[in-house]
Write a protein that binds this ligand. Sequence first.
Ligand SMILES: [Zn+2]
Length: 113
Amino acid sequence: MAREIYAYRCRRCGTLHYPFRMVCKSCRENDMFEFDPEPLPKKGRLLTFTHVHALPADFDVPRLGLGIVELENGIRITGQLAVEDPMMGMEVTGEVKVVRHTGYEDRYGMVFS
Ligand SMILES: [Zn+2]
């Protein structure tokens, strides 16, 4: 089964949050953790990107493309870029993958291509 990354929708006003927040940033009334998780959409548009070199050893790759993507629902997320020649504004599709091993824990993140 494909993994998902979740955004959290406020039950009181419907504002979608990513990452999770303790209090709704919009209505500020929701302090009882009344949020419904919903999977982030996978399609979006690449806003900007960069390449990172000299990564810590717990990354699987020597060089990493990182992009900020605006998803279909307006949420912006930073993810890995698996695109050879990225261009700002291009359409990308994300996949949730293990992006980092820290200790015994696998971290999941969005990888866009
Ligand atoms: Zn709210």
